[in-house]
Design a protein around this ligand. Structure first.
Ligand SMILES: *Cc1c(COP(=O)(O)O)cnc(C)c1O
Length: 384
């Protein structure tokens, strides 16, 4: 669905030069590019620390474990500790909670935003489970800021931490603040298809908290300031020098590319708003409501129309689409065993509806206008 060669061609000279520089200095582990990128990103996000790591998944695990060490003075959370999150996300969001020792408590999404519904969080915090809840892990899905203002109020009221999953929303904003600078920490992914993608796996944690930053730096290097004499159960989870070098080039284009994504999304929205069979995403761009959207995905919801039929028709016309996510976390075997779900699942109804009916269209920043127009015409001709 995404032709990453277009982006490489667009910045080829800079990328080649950055890689060449690494070949010359040969400092592959925590070379100078890693520190430079961390500084650059901390500056961009407006936070005190950015810490590179090996994936977005690890960024989540490191953040959650650092909070367990900080708050409980133990290596992992206890299984009785609940972290509220959305079941409509990539597997890693829920998996990271389990890997940090805690238990996900899934609450439903808002069907207009696909993000966790603060009203449902509020309801969950009125049940007897509330006294076990230690934190909230909201996701800015598809690049759209979640309703973080309401979530902050709830977190303050119940004394909970917030860890933001910003894997899909690098560059997104809320009330003029960059996403990932709002919670206790923000977790980013540089998976190649993300808004800021490397040429392999990579991730980053952002935080303003001195203690968390110090612990995370230890955890990702075997668990100690000195890897030959460690304090915690650590990982080998460093960000590669080579990835940092590539990302230092690509970050220069981030805002421009996010803008291009929004332009494509606007064309899609204007073209599809009259169609009865689809719900279009709401665009709010750092405006009154402050909910900035950077369109990692442009996702439609089909209403009363078979998704398979729609997807097959587009494939026949040469248009690739994707479904994020066809199986919600609460339906996966591991979470059925280990997460806390409402027994009859009626309370996760919006997530089930979304899983059955969403479809994401191509939104490559460098896709030319004729491609966008072709996609629009194909869809309008089919659905009108
Ligand atoms: C991609 C993604 C992750 C995980 O990032 P990786 O770098 O692939 O480990 C976590 N959460 C969400 C919402 C994602 O989209």
């Amino acid at each position: 669905m995404l032709d990453l060669r277009l982006e490489y061609e667009y910045m080829k000279e800079d990328i080649d030069a950055a890689i060449q520089k690494c070949l010359e200095h040969q400092r592959w582990i925590l070379g100078p590019e890693v520190a430079e990128l961390e500084e650059r990103m901390a500056d961009y996000l407006g936070v005190k620390y950015c810490i590179g790591c090996s994936s977005g998944t690890d960024a989540l695990v490191l953040s959650l474990r650092a909070l367990a060490i900080k708050h409980k003075n133990q290596e992992y959370w206890d299984r009785d500790d609940l972290i509220i999150t959305t079941p409509f996300t990539f597997t890693a969001t829920g998996d990271a909670i389990l890997r940090a020792g805690a238990t996900p408590l899934f609450v439903d999404i808002n069907l207009n935003t696909y993000n966790i519904d603060p009203e449902r969080i509020n309801e969950a915090l009125k049940t007897p489970l509330a006294k076990r809840v230690v934190g909230i892990l909201p996701v800015h899905l598809y690049g759209k800021c979640c309703e973080i203002g309401e979530i902050i109020d709830l977190a303050n009221k119940h004394d909970l931490f917030i860890v933001e999953d910003v894997a899909q929303a690098f560059g997104g904003t809320w009330n003029g603040k960059k996403l990932g600078s709002i919670g206790s920490s923000g977790c980013f992914s540089f998976f190649p298809s993300k808004n800021l993608g490397g040429y392999g796996d990579g991730g980053m944690v952002s935080t303003n908290d001195d203690e968390s930053a110090e612990i995370i730096k230890m955890l990702l290097m075997h668990g100690g300031k000195n890897k030959y004499d460690v304090k915690h159960i650590g990982y080998n989870s460093r960000l590669d020098t080579l990835q940092a070098a590539i990302l230092l080039v690509k970050i220069k284009y981030l805002d421009e590319f996010n803008k291009k994504r929004v332009e494509i999304a606007k064309i899609y929205n204007e073209s599809f708003q009259g169609l009865e069979d689809v719900a279009i995403p709401s665009i709010m761009l750092g405006s009154d409501e402050g909910l900035g959207h950077v369109f990692h995905q442009y996702t439609l919801r089909l209403i009363g129309f078979e998704r398979d039929t729609f997807q097959k028709h587009l494939i026949n016309e040469g248009i690739a689409t994707m479904v994020y996510y066809g199986i919600p976390l609460h339906s996966m075997e591991i979470f059925q065993q280990l997460a806390v779900l409402e027994k009859n699942n009626t309370r996760l109804i919006n997530t089930d509806i979304a899983s059955d009916s969403v479809i994401s269209l191509p939104i490559e920043p460098l896709q030319d206008i004729s491609t966008t127009n072709m996609i629009v015409e194909t869809i309008c001709n089919f659905l009108e």
